[in-house]
Design a protein around this ligand. Structure first.
Ligand SMILES: Cc1cc2nc3c(=O)[nH]c(=O)nc-3n(C[C@H](O)[C@H](O)[C@H](O)COP(=O)(O)O)c2cc1C
Length: 380
């Protein structure tokens, strides 16, 4: 672990029963810099906070006497039946918090039947993750580099290493205003990645890492193409054998364009509140997008998912799947692969309970009648 101070062992892990428990327990095991990088958001962090709050502004409307003894979490994503709707969100540099890093999270995902989306900026690259944990459902998250040769290599290598989808992140043409990272002088993130194909960006990548002095953190922004546009998406779709999802879609207009340009899915996401502050939460952006898409492609959502009830609400609003980011990193920080696995298990157990208590034997039974705006919403 990267703690740069005396390590507080925290509570024994059997006492960690919720995602919030893991969040608290992760704090002492992370350095100030790791904390700022992982837990921070953009600007005044209004969107960061609202991502979690927005799920709490929704109340559930349970039905009763529906016979929920045979609960079934299985769902279809990109035409494939999955055991449940959770997906590990791509998060960069996971070895920042624990040496198990991405391989540990992949192990946790494999043990729980969870799709893992591996970041372009993973500290253990996509190829090495695939080699370490071959029997696992995985998607590859693509940042399109200015160097299109590197981008092409990344796309080809994803298919060669058995990745089942290409998740193109479209909400990071430039890096958000990360004030918490500036204050704690986050600059050594690049020591933790990327490796693999992304590292093929070569000396330029290392240089970008080193020039962090004034521009925190040691980011790879200079390598990521700010001119990425819809014609690139059409090209990725035609050049790749993999289905393409666009991550970071926030409007019905862009969801429509995503369909026009051949995407098989959109992920409603504000990048965990790390990019443009004061955009809507995933929860609030979701409904108009689900309506516009009208079942033509898959719609997933992320941001602030911390409870099984949050997942139920997302699915009730029409999401087909839900990505979870920081909770996995907290689990990893606390207990490596085991901690990450425990976090997924907690969310799945809560999802089972929330579903049964909502009167739904199957996740596919959920619809909008199960949620309503909460009377306490004004105070959140
Ligand atoms: C530390 C960290 C690193 C991230 N790195 C990436 C990344 O490399 N690519 C990407 O598309 N999204 C990245 N994200 C955004 C996540 O994929 C996801 O959208 C977000 O974390 C979901 O919100 P949550 O953390 O509240 O669950 C990152 C998020 C965090 C917290």
């Amino acid at each position: 672990m990267m703690a740069d101070h005396d390590h507080d062992p925290g509570p024994p892990t059997h006492l960690l029963r919720t995602v919030a428990d893991y969040e608290r327990a992760a704090l002492p095991s992370m350095s100030d810099q790791a904390r700022s990088y992982i837990d921070g958001g953009a600007g005044d962090e209004i969107t960061l906070r609202d991502n979690a709050d927005a799920w709490q502004r929704l109340a559930l409307r349970p039905r009763v006497l529906t016979g929920v003894g045979e609960s079934d979490l299985s769902t279809r994503l990109l035409g494939v039946t999955r055991p449940h709707p959770l997906v590990v969100a791509p998060t960069a540099f996971q070895r920042l918090v624990h040496p198990d890093g991405e391989v540990g999270v992949a192990r946790a995902a494999a043990a729980t039947g969870t799709i893992m989306c591996v970041s372009t900026l993973a500290s253990t690259g996509a190829a090495a993750v695939a080699e370490a944990i071959p029997d696992q459902a995985r998607w590859f998250q693509l940042y399109a580099f200015v160097d299109r040769g590197v981008t092409r290599d990344l796309i080809q290598s994803a298919a060669a290493y058995g990745y089942e989808a290409l998740v193109v992140t479209v909400d990071r043409p430039v890096l958000g205003v990360r004030e918490r990272e500036w204050r704690s002088n986050v600059r050594d993130v690049s020591r933790h990645g990327p490796s693999g194909a992304a590292a093929a960006a070569g000396p330029a990548a290392a240089a970008a890492g080193d020039t962090a002095g004034g521009t925190p953190p040691a980011d790879y922004s200079a390598l990521i193409d700010p001119n990425l546009n819809w014609s690139d998406i059409s090209r990725f779709v035609s050049e790749s054998s993999l289905p393409v999802l666009l991550k970071g879609i926030m409007t019905a207009e862009d969801a429509e364009l995503a369909i026009e340009h051949g995407a098989r899915g959109v992920i409603v996401s504000n990048h965990g509140g790390r990019q443009l502050d004061t955009v809507l939460s995933g929860a609030d952006a979701l409904t108009p997008i689900v309506d516009a898409v009208a079942g033509r492609i898959d719609v997933l959502v992320d941001g602030g998912i911390r409870r099984g009830t949050d997942v139920v609400k997302a699915l009730a609003l029409g999401a087909g799947g839900v990505l979870v980011g920081r909770p996995l990193t907290w689990g990893l920080a606390v207990g490596g692969a085991e901690g990450a696995q425990r976090v997924i298990e907690i969310l799945l157990a809560e999802l089972h309970t929330a579903l049964a208590l909502s009167g739904c034997p199957r996740v596919t039974d959920l619809n909008r009648s199960f949620v309503t705006r909460a009377p306490w919403a004004g105070s959140k």
